[in-house]
Ligand binder design. Structure first.
Ligand code: SF4
Length: 332
């Protein structure tokens, strides 16, 4: 018997073109999940404001590109609900109401809050909006009565905070929301061209659907095992970004072939990279074609997102009606 359909909610901050780290870290999983669940995937534009408040103009520009990348990667707007967070104003209302019962200490202890305050030093993050973003995140998932939220191991404490807020709501006002359970997703390690984590801020990304010429240039110039100086030196694939790309792109036989021949110097890095391109380039080409077709008809992409946003609004209106009733905020 098949498992009950779950409600899955996940969002992404619109920060511009997505790269193959996003593809294998989140989107490939969304594509699988949409087949058997009710999925809501949204542009977390208000979340983007918590750290990008100084330059809000770029958020809307990045948003369409992001939706184009979602669809090019295989997220189907007819199976999944794609929407824009700020276009469903109920998120702000629920954020406010949940804020009334969320202890300050829970937010101050959030590991991401502490980590980002320490790491982002070029702007002031001692802000109410930034501190409160886990409350907004809770509102985002609770609004659709999410039962599952795809997270990596490092995001489990975040979701636990949301679950605590939901429990507190239930304690005060009764059961409106299910407690969202983490859907642990193995997030494959994807390194950038310089051997660090693939990230736009490092300038080391390979974008989804990047041209064959540019993808080839980046792969051929990519840092490999730094200890493998000459062709005859055995390598260590476990420290090499090319090997991690093989793992998500090439078949199991090729991965085993690389693993063995790298360690025994049976192949050189150039051979290894060419082997990767045999699979990576057609994949990139397919996504590039989809992106171009979508970008040629931007009105269609906008219409699909509007359709999803309308659906999200309807669900959100129903939920907020229940919330107001539970909290006795409506006249009898
Ligand atoms: S042979 Fe392949 S896996 Fe080994 S170091 Fe070179 S590029 Fe990396």
């Amino acid at each position: 018997m098949s498992e009950k359909r779950q409600v899955v909610v996940s969002g992404m901050r619109p920060t511009g073109r997505l790269h193959i780290g996003h593809l294998h870290g989140a989107l490939a999983n969304w594509v699988r999940l949409q087949e058997e669940n009710d999925c809501y995937f949204f542009s977390a534009d208000w979340h983007a404001l918590t750290t990008n408040y100084h330059d809000p103009g770029v958020i809307k520009q990045a948003e369409r590109e992001m939706f184009v990348d979602f669809i090019a990667a295989g997220v189907d707007p007819l199976k999944s609900t794609l929407f824009v967070q700020s276009e469903v104003k109920e998120h702000a209302e629920l954020f406010l109401l949940l804020g009334m019962i969320t202890p300050l200490g829970w937010l101050e202890r959030s590991p991401t809050y502490k980590e980002m305050r320490e790491n982002i030093t070029d702007r002031d993050l001692a802000l109410y909006g930034f501190l409160g973003y886990p409350v907004l995140m809770t509102a985002d998932v609770a609004m659709y009565k999410a039962t599952r939220v795809p997270v990596g191991v490092d995001q489990v404490p975040h979701l636990e905070l949301s679950r605590e807020i939901v429990r507190k709501f239930t304690h005060h006002y009764g059961p409106v929301f299910p407690e969202p359970q983490p859907l642990l997703t193995a997030s494959p390690k994807i390194l950038g061209t310089d051997g660090r984590k693939m990230s736009k801020s490092y300038g080391n990304t390979i974008d989804i659907g990047e041209s064959a010429e540019s993808t080839t240039k980046k792969i051929m110039g990519m840092v490999t095992d730094p200890a493998r100086k000459r062709r005859q030196d055995p390598g260590n694939p476990d420290v090499c970004g090319i090997f991690y790309l093989h793992k998500v792109t090439s078949g199991a036989d090729t991965v085993a072939w690389v693993d063995q021949n790298c360690r025994t110097a049976g192949i050189g890095c150039v051979d290894c990279k060419k082997k990767l391109l045999e699979k990576l380039l057609p994949e990139q080409e397919q996504m590039r074609e989809r992106r171009e077709a979508l970008l040629a008809r931007p009105g269609d992409v906008d219409a699909l997102v509007q359709l999803g946003t309308q659906k999200a609004r309807k669900v959100a209106a129903r939920t907020m009606d229940e919330v107001r009733t539970a909290m006795k905020l409506k006249l009898a």
